[in-house]
Design a protein around this ligand. Structure first.
Ligand SMILES: NC(=O)c1ccc[n+]([C@@H]2O[C@H](COP(=O)([O-])OP(=O)(O)OC[C@H]3O[C@@H](n4cnc5c(N)ncnc54)[C@H](OP(=O)(O)O)[C@@H]3O)[C@@H](O)[C@H]2O)c1
Length: 251
């Protein structure tokens, strides 16, 4: 069960090697999280992530999970929830893709869309159903500021995150009053292994800063969290710029 401050005792991460998710797990373990499930594609990196979290005192289990295999989501997540209550599900999987090559190869673009959007629709609905059945819990969804407005540089990824974001907002409304809380997290550019070498306009943030914002959002039972918080205003201004102006910006 969550404590009086809304922090979870048990956590299920979908996308168990995600740097942002692991920074979040470390932060929550330092508070009161004891049980962590890392769901992801089996790999040495997934095993290392589990070992790392065990090293700081959590009881960690891994479970095979592929966003691109929605037929298996009920069964995989069903087994996790059958083992005991889960206070928080962190939907963290996602791929950035490579905009230039994905434009030339529509099947690669579809893979980005299927991972980030339809994979999340399936896993999100299954997780939400399980949380609702137990009567409590939070579903925290890693969306992105990139979903707020289409940019020439990453509109395939951005459109998948726009779909995910709209889906998660609607799911939050559908679950309002049921005891299940959905929190949409919109980071800007986060410096990680996956984004190493990519150029980004400020503000640039870190996995640890996203983790801190997630903890605060849980405590406040927020529905939307921007990281950094200043991005909310910035994106609101950018969103209302005429397209002819927006497309000339060096973003
Ligand atoms: N980094 C940023 O700048 C940034 C900004 C805003 C939002 N986000 C979002 O935050 C989330 C986490 O990002 P991150 O920076 O922590 O990235 P990351 O370290 O690259 O993590 C991505 C995760 O997605 C998993 N994944 C990819 N395809 C999958 C599939 N088919 N099935 C299951 N898992 C799959 C990866 O697993 P494998 O180990 O199997 O590849 C990995 O665990 C993503 O949704 C990302 O879009 C990131």
């Amino acid at each position: 069960m969550k404590d009086a401050f809304g922090l979870p005792q048990s956590l299920l991460v979908l996308g168990g090697t995600s740097e942002i998710a692991l920074a979040t797990a470390r932060r929550l373990i330092a508070r009161r999280t004891r049980t962590v499930w890392l769901a992801g594609r089996p790999s040495a990196a997934l095993d290392r992530a589990a070992e790392d979290l065990r090293g700081i005192g959590a009881d960690v289990r891994t479970v095979p999970f592929d966003a691109l295999d929605p037929d298996a989501h009920e069964e995989v997540l069903g087994k996790v929830f059958a083992d005991g209550d889960i206070d928080m599900v962190l939907l963290a999987f996602g791929v950035l893709g490579d905009q230039a090559s994905d434009e030339r190869d529509p099947l690669s673009a579809v893979r980005v869309a299927q991972t980030n959007y339809t994979g999340a629709v399936s896993a999100g609905l299954v997780a939400a159903g399980a949380l609702q059945a137990q009567g409590h819990g939070s579903l925290v969804v890693l969306s992105s500021a990139a979903g707020e407005r289409a940019r020439r540089a990453d509109f395939i990824y951005g459109s998948s995150k726009a779909g995910l974001d709209t889906f998660a907002q609607g799911l939050g409304d559908a679950l309002y009053g049921t005891g299940v809380h959905v929190m949409v997290v919109r980071p800007g550019f986060v410096r990680t292994r996956g984004t190493a070498g990519l150029e980004a306009a400020p503000p640039v943030t870190t996995p640890e800063a996203v983790a801190t914002a997630i903890e605060l959002g849980l405590r406040r039972r927020s529905e939307t969290v921007w990281v950094p918080g200043t991005l909310r205003l910035l994106m609101s201004a950018l969103r209302h710029l005429p397209r002819a102006v927006f497309r000339r910006l060096p973003l």
